[in-house]
Design a protein around this ligand. Structure first.
Ligand code: SAM
Length: 275
């Protein structure tokens, strides 16, 4: 009979966040698949546990994934951990889960620390409907395309971000969603210097011109208020007419007014054709 794959979340900063159930899962596993064995070894030392570790990360996941599946099919139980937080969420794990499922291996996941959910819950933005957008690409064109695809998004959006990319990302967010859009910048969650700044995008850009970004960030961005924006459509179309009278093409005017109002540019372009 095959063993099981158990996804085990680990602390995102505060070691006390390891739950008794996670500890037990690590203790009971025959071996642990770890993103970085050195990081996991420190955690195991803290928990005073000794377990065989195998490395499973982005650049060895195909080979290592096959080996792990062979061992589980032969009856061993595997616990999977990433460096911090919930495996498979912007971390290695997604492919291993799929591979196990394809091979009929039972997969279970223990609830626990996840930076995205921790940030969302304290963002003070609507939590009823949200979407997780992970990391934006480092490639400017791809990053822009990703953001453009979200201009009509009405749900709260969650992004992961590294400190050295934060200022560029905020500039891009400002350009795409306009100055008034609310953002909660959640930093160093569960750590000594945990901080949440609840600002609009104009204020956020200004703040980080004066203060260097430090630590790990989750950005929680308010969705567009669709109904409110639709009510503003006649005003937006007037603004488009003004820009076109100044020489902008219909397409560029729609793009500009979309940035200013948050109304999707295709809506403006199509409505503008009737005007
Ligand atoms: N799987 C992890 C989870 O469940 O949260 C996410 C891993 S992803 C590779 C790492 C990113 O998560 C960081 O770049 C940062 O955006 C976010 N993150 C992780 N820990 C954080 C913390 N303590 N405070 C704020 N953001 C954090």
């Amino acid at each position: 009979m095959s063993g099981t794959l158990t996804l085990v979340p680990t602390p995102i900063g505060n070691l006390s966040d390891i739950s008794p159930r996670c500890r037990q899962a690590l203790e009971q596993a025959d071996f642990i698949a770890a993103e970085d064995t050195r990081v996991t070894l420190r955690l195991l030392n803290h928990l005073e546990l000794k377990k065989p570790l195998v490395s499973y990360y982005e650049h060895n996941k195909e080979f290592s994934g096959r080996k792990i599946v062979e061992r589980i099919l032969a009856g061993e139980n595997c616990a999977q951990v990433s460096d911090a937080g919930t495996p498979a969420i912007s971390d290695p794990g997604e492919d291993l889960v799929r591979l196990c499922a394809e091979n009929g291996i039972p997969v279970t996941s223990i609830p626990g620390p996840c930076a995205a959910i921790t940030a969302l819950s304290m963002s003070a933005l609507p939590t009823g409907r949200f979407c997780f957008e992970g990391f934006l690409s480092t490639n400017k064109k791809q990053r822009r395309a990703h953001l453009e695809s979200l201009t009509a998004e009405t749900r709260t959006m969650i992004f992961y971000e590294a400190p050295h990319k934060l200022t560029d990302t905020l500039e891009d967010l400002l350009e795409t969603f306009g100055p008034e859009r609310s953002i909660s910048l959640c930093r160093e969650l569960t750590k000594l210097h945990e901080e949440v700044l609840r600002l609009n995008l104009k204020e956020a850009v200004a703040y980080y011109k004066e203060n260097a970004p430090r630590g790990e960030y989750v950005l929680v961005l308010a969705g567009g208020a669709a109904e409110e924006k639709q009510a503003d459509l006649p005003t937006a179309l007037e603004r488009m007419q003004t820009l076109m009278a100044q020489g902008l093409s219909r397409k560029d005017a729609a793009k500009q007014v979309s940035k200013e109002t948050g109304i999707p540019k295709n809506t403006l372009y199509d409505a503008g054709l009737g005007g």
